[in-house]
Design a protein around this ligand. Structure first.
Ligand code: NAD
Length: 356
């Protein structure tokens, strides 16, 4: 089993090192190969997704990814910015289904910014389409407005679009995921304003005919944002487009106490996947040894379950994470008085110890 290890930038290197230690402690034979990506790829090879890194990602059975980005690259032309690496990997490997489980561990109820009664027991799954929508739609750019009340003025523009096969394949993934959980699916759209999302709603409704055991409802994205912070436990599985999913899953992250707790999996049609924490490279805390490595360690667990067919090992990691939280160990982002504050490496070592 070959795993491509792409730590990236900022805290990416710190948190991925801990996840690798955890994988090594499982007693399995993994072949792991590391390659630069993002800003690190640009520094090493002049491109955020160097050819060698893409080749490794294509050859590997799964990819463990840290995070990319740093403010210092903001002046580079867009195609060379670190964030293009993750968009490129998603596109080149057709990783179209992003799974972001938002689970609140009982020990972290106090770390959430929401009242305990609103979030305790939270266990929802957000499925975000990753290959389409306004993030990839062409044409896009900056130009002189060709028409409208500001004709001739400079304007920026992007194109929102979804094809029927793209919507069908993510809808099937979402209905199947709902079958393994509470059998409820909420499709989030903006059908009241956007043609793209009226089309999305129509196709999801059509796919639903194949899943009569699933209760489907539709919700506008503005209402979904409100419900996520008002009554998040009402949701079971949410499926939505690339941009709405990007935003809603970050909001869901805060329900769980910290974005540092939220793993993710991005899968292709054959369950090959890229596994990464839901957060970015956190330049504000990079190099300080305080980043929470648990989202990355939990992403490694998802990798074992979804791509490497090692569900028992995935369970072991998740139990070890629960154990360290029950021991009261907390990185600063989830710290509360009465618990023990630890750094990135101490948290990683505690998980390794708990595995034993
Ligand atoms: P971010 O997720 O990096 O950070 C947001 C906040 O959360 C910061 O205060 C940070 O300190 C905190 N945080 C994030 N991860 C944490 C962890 N593991 N432990 C403790 N605290 C944590 O988002 P941002 O600041 O908007 O972006 C920083 C850079 O990351 C940008 O260049 C952005 O483009 C990039 N980014 C990359 C990815 C990715 O690699 N997939 C995703 C999002 C943002």
């Amino acid at each position: 089993m070959k795993i491509a290890i792409l730590p990236g930038d900022g805290i990416g290197t710190e948190i991925v090192a801990q996840a690798v230690n955890v994988l090594n402690a499982l007693g399995q034979k993994f072949e792991m190969e590391t390659a630069p990506v993002g800003g690190a790829g640009y520094e090493a090879h002049g491109h955020p997704l160097p050819d060698g890194t893409l080749k490794l990602a294509k050859e590997a059975d799964a990819i463990l990814f840290g995070a990319v980005g740093d403010w210092k690259y903001d002046t580079l032309e867009r195609s060379l910015r670190p964030e293009q690496a993750i968009l490129g990997l998603r596109k080149h490997l057709t990783l179209f289904a992003n799974f972001r489980p938002a689970i609140l561990y009982p020990e972290l109820v106090g770390a959430s910014t929401l009242k305990p009664e609103a979030v305790s027991g939270l266990d929802i799954l957000i499925i975000r389409e990753l290959n389409g929508d306004i993030y990839f739609g062409q044409p896009r750019g900056m130009r002189e407005a060709p028409d409208g009340p500001f004709k001739g003025a400079r304007e920026g523009f992007d194109t929102m679009r979804y094809s029927e096969p793209e919507i069908r394949r993510i809808a099937h993934v979402a209905f199947k995921a709902a079958q393994k959980r509470g059998k409820r699916l909420t499709s989030v759209d903006k059908a009241n304003v956007l043609e793209t999302f009226q089309f999305w709603k129509d196709i999801v409704t059509d796919v639903h005919k194949e899943y009569p055991d699933i209760e489907l409802d539709h919700m506008y994205v503005d209402n979904a944002a409100m419900q996520l912070v008002r009554a998040p436990k009402k949701f079971d599985v949410i499926v939505t487009g690339n941009m709405f999913g990007d935003i809603l899953s970050d909001a869901a992250a805060m329900l769980t106490g910290s974005i540092g707790m939220l793993p993710s999996a991005s899968l292709d049609a054959n369950s090959k996947g890229l596994y990464e924490p839901s957060h970015g490279s956190a330049p504000d805390i990079a190099g300080k040894g305080v980043a929470n490595p648990l989202a990355t360690i939990l992403s490694a667990a998802m990798m074992l379950r979804f791509s490497l067919n090692l569900p028992a090992e995935a369970d072991r990691i998740e139990k070890a994470v629960k154990h360290v939280l029950a021991q009261g160990l907390r990185t600063p982002d989830i710290y509360e008085s009465g618990t023990t504050k630890v750094g990135t490496a101490e948290m990683g070592s505690a998980v390794v110890k708990a595995l034993a």
